[in-house]
Each structure stands twice: as C-alpha cells, then as structure tokens.
Design a protein around this ligand. Structure first.
Ligand code: URP
Ligand code: ZN
Ligand code: ZN
Ligand code: ZN
Length: 502
C-alpha cells in the first residue's frame, strides 16, 4: 500500500519524545498510518521534505470565542478558524453560549452548529456555557449533549448576565460527577469587582487602566479557592480557565499535590503582557482598551514569571488563547467604551485576539536553547495533547502516532527565517483590526499546517490553502482526568463520610 502523503526528514515531537531525525510519517485517508523509514510511495504519493524541521501535532486551542453574540465585531467561524490554521492550530473548541432567559440548550447548540457548519477552516467542537442550569437541562438535556459529543461546560462566577451562585455551581458539579462531563470555570469574585467598580466610577476613575484596578488578584484568589473547595467536596474534576495570578495558582498547585483533579489553564496574554498596556499610547489614551480582558493583565512582572513557572512545572494542563476579540476602531467594538462621551472601562467588551499567535509565541521559548523556558515535549502537552485528553479527543487529536488524525505543524529550522518574525496586524488572518502583540518578535512561524493529511497553510507559497468546508465538527468522547484522581478524601471530613450523601 502506498501512502497519500509522506513527511520525510523531520524531527517528530510528541508529548513524550523528540524522535531521532528522519523518521517518516506515512499518511493515508487523513490519518497517520505509520511511522518508519523508507515508507512505500508511488506516483500518487505526495512528499513533504521537512528537512531538519520540527514536526509537532496540530495545535488544539481549547478556549476560543467565535461568533458569540456578545462579541458582534469579533471573529466568526470563518475568520477565526482561518487565523487558527495560519498559526498552526488545527482544532478549536469554541463556545455555544446559553442566555439566562433560555430554558433549553438544544436550540443554543443548533444555532452554533449553523454558525459553524461549512464555515470552518479547522476542526472544531463546542463547550456549552451554562448560565441557567435548570434541573430540566441538567437531567434531561445534558445526557443528550454528551451523546452529541458536547462533553464539557463552562461556568462563570462573575459577569452579571452569566454568573452562577454557589448552589448552582454545586448542582452542576454534582451533575458532572454523575454524567462525566468536564467543567471549566471562570473564577473571579463578582461582588468584589462590583463594589470596586461602583466606587471607582463615583470617584471618576473610569479610564481603561482602572479595569485592572477593579479586578484585583484577591478576586481571582478567592474565587479560585472557593471553586477548588466545591470541586473537592463534590469529588468532581474541574479546569480553571485563564489564570493570571500567582496567589491563585498556588491554590491549584497545593490541590494538585493532594492529588485532587484540579486542572488549570493560562493564556499568552498572562505570559507576555502587563497592565501598563491599559494606559494606552500618548497618541491615544483610550488605546488601552485593546488590552482589556478578564482576568485583567497584572501589574507585576513577578506574575508573568509565576505563570511561566506553572507552564514549565506542570501546574497548567492547557495553554489556550482565550481568543475573544472585538475590533478596536468600531462603534460596537472596543469603542463602546466611549459611548457615554467619556472613557468608561465597564462598557469596553472584554477579550483579546490570540488564536493565530498562540503557538509561535510559546514555541519561541520551547527547546533547549539557553533562553528556553520549557521543553519541546512540554510545548506539545500544553498546546495539543493534554487539552485533547482533557476534552475527550484522545486517540484522535494531539499525537503523532498511528491511528491519529494527520494534523501536523512543520517548523523549519530558525535559520531559514534569519531574523525571526515580527508580529504585525497586517500579516494576521483574524477579522479584527489589531493584535496586542504588534511588534513582538518570535523566532519561528509554522511553514506548513496540515489538517487530516491536507496542506491547509503554506507560509511561503500561497498562505491559506484550505477552505471553509475543510473543518469538521468533532463529536467528542468524555474527557480524561489528566491531573490527580477522583475518590480522594475531603479536608476535614472523615474517610467515607461523603458516601452518605453522594
Ligand atoms: O476577557 C475575556 N476573557 N473575555 C472572554 C470571556 C471569558 O471570560 O472567557
Ligand atoms: Zn472567562
Ligand atoms: Zn509616538
Ligand atoms: Zn474566554
């Protein structure tokens, strides 16, 4: 049997290994069918000569916001997924978002399917944002969702229109425990933020910079500790999304050393950007709005360092973009923060773009150079294999091994790019009008992105080669626990005490 595609002369990197130079990848019908040497080829076999290049599994970005009603000037599936493949991401997990007034999630999911079907350049799945988890939804609809391959939910502890109280959080965690879906949580204390915001506003402090003042680390710290406690009580695994503060991450680390199944995520903005960016430029003080996201950028470089440590030492299971952009120069985008006639941060839509720059930014620090901060295997774990496992794509995505989808990123040696790549808005493929990483240099950029055996991105020859129907909906299985285990004991409870009531 000859292969459709053989990738030769590369250095294959997986979550566990950096294989010796020259092992070939044989691809047939969109799947990796074997690794070996001198693989059979015939006149119809396409060859990619990855001479000396690292070959990593396609990126899995497990946290992107595409086509959500609350980001009308952000990316839809077409622009968002196009941006994804240009940066080496072949799978995105986006959100289907319930509004509080909606008493069924079935039409919500149908709506997002309509928004994505035949509009995506990369493979995609959905997490369900639950803002009104009624007993009907949890008992009757969640089993259906799982059957349909939507095996994870996101819960908010903040944002007035979305937040859940502790009793609702507990109900969802108990349901997750029995049904086996994965629970993501946005952990910030809502009342702390409201109190400070009202008082800042009364004092006239409403510039974008005060967004960071209004959401102090203690708000993330408290909510993080609280949701870990609720997860411990209910013996339910969670993933805390977009973590930004050292004090909050310490709770995660401590829980992990007790073997609790507490996972955490951080994002590029919390490795690279500080809150001074919210002050804007001397040309335009409002420009700080470009960097308004929640949790906010932090003040102290020590927090960036702490996130880097969590990246390197295994505290974080996923490194996702939280791509949640709004256009800057648009009356319904970031400029909503000027609608009252003054700069008012609470009117600025939250979120930054980042789906395209996620892999190149982290890859610049991966490897064994003196300035590297993580190994290549760790890079693969964080950006691809671990989110695939956690969200039920194990066996399909996140690995270069027989049976997996042939999703690959090929990074030619850095010398090919001479002086690295300067990130500029004009080279990106998203639908918004800026990048917070403008002018930042990365060492490398994916030369090829391959989605199920098809070359969909060629940096030097045509750019985007894929099409809007290349991306398929991923019917996911139940997620695996990557960190810790269930069945542990609860601090302060007698062994077995929980068995009386769960
Ligand atoms: O600022 C952010 N991250 N906005 C997107 C929504 C969310 O909380 O993930
Ligand atoms: Zn969030
Ligand atoms: Zn200037
Ligand atoms: Zn988000």
């Amino acid at each position: 049997m000859a292969f459709d595609l053989v990738v030769v002369n590369g250095i294959i990197v997986t979550a566990s290994d950096v294989l010796p130079l020259g092992i070939e990848i044989g691809i047939k019908d969109g799947k990796i069918s074997c690794l070996g040497s001198s693989l059979p080829r015939d006149a119809n076999t396409q060859i990619i000569d990855a001479k000396g290049a690292y070959v990593t599994p396609g990126g899995v970005d497990s946290h992107v916001h595409f086509a959500q009603d609350n980001c009308p000037t952000g990316d839809d599936f077409t622009t968002g997924s196009r941006s994804a493949i240009a940066g080496g991401t072949t799978t995105v997990l986006a959100f289907a978002s319930q509004e509080k007034s909606e008493t069924s999630v079935i039409p919500v999911v149908e709506e997002y399917h309509t928004k994505a079907t035949n509009q995506s350049y990369c493979d995609y799945g959905f997490h369900l944002i639950l803002t009104n988890p009624t007993p009907e939804i949890m008992q009757k609809e969640m089993p259906l969702m799982i059957e349909q391959g939507i095996t994870s939910v996101k819960l908010y502890m903040t944002y007035e229109p979305m937040k859940l109280g502790d009793s609702e959080l507990l109900e969802v965690l108990m349901s997750a425990r029995s049904l086996g879906f994965t629970t993501m949580v946005h952990a910030e204390n809502s009342d702390i933020i409201s109190l400070i915001t009202d008082r800042l506003e009364a004092a006239g402090h409403t510039d974008p910079y005060f967004h960071a003042i209004s959401r102090p680390q203690i708000a993330e710290n408290e909510a993080t500790y609280r949701i870990i406690s609720l997860a411990e009580l209910t013996d339910s695994p969670i993933l805390i999304v977009h973590m930004s503060s050292e004090i909050a991450v310490k709770h995660v680390r401590k829980a992990q050393t007790r073997m609790l199944p507490i996972h955490a995520e951080t994002c590029p903005q919390y490795l690279f950007l500080l809150s001074e960016r919210l002050k804007g430029s001397h040309h335009d003080a409002f420009e700080g709005a470009k960097c308004v996201c929640s949790p906010p950028l932090r003040h102290d470089p020590k927090d960036l360092e702490a996130m880097w440590r969590g990246i390197a030492n295994g505290t974080f299971t996923t490194f996702s973009s939280d791509h949640a952009p709004s256009s800057y120069d648009h009356p319904n985008g970031k400029k909503l923060g000027l609608k009252s006639g003054i700069m008012r941060y609470r009117d600025i839509p939250n979120g930054v773009p980042g789906v395209e720059t996620r892999l190149p930014l982290l890859f610049s620090y991966a490897g064994s150079d003196k300035d590297s901060r993580l190994g290549l295997q760790r890079f693969v774990q964080l950006t691809s294999s671990d989110p695939a496992k956690l969200y039920g794509l194990d066996g399909t995505k996140g690995n270069i091994a027989p049976g997996y989808d042939a999703d690959l990123v090929i990074w030619y040696p850095e010398e090919d790019l001479k002086d690295g790549v300067n990130i500029e808005q004009k080279m990106l493929h998203h639908g918004v009008d800026y990048t917070p990483y403008e002018g930042m240099k990365v060492k490398n950029w994916p030369r090829y992105t391959i989605l199920r055996g098809k070359k969909v991105w060629d940096r030097d020859n045509g750019g985007i080669l894929g099409g809007m129907s290349d991306g398929k909906f991923l019917k996911r299985g139940k997620g695996k626990i990557v960190v810790g285990k269930t069945g542990g004991e609860v601090n302060g409870m007698l062994a077995g005490e929980r068995d009386y009531w769960v």
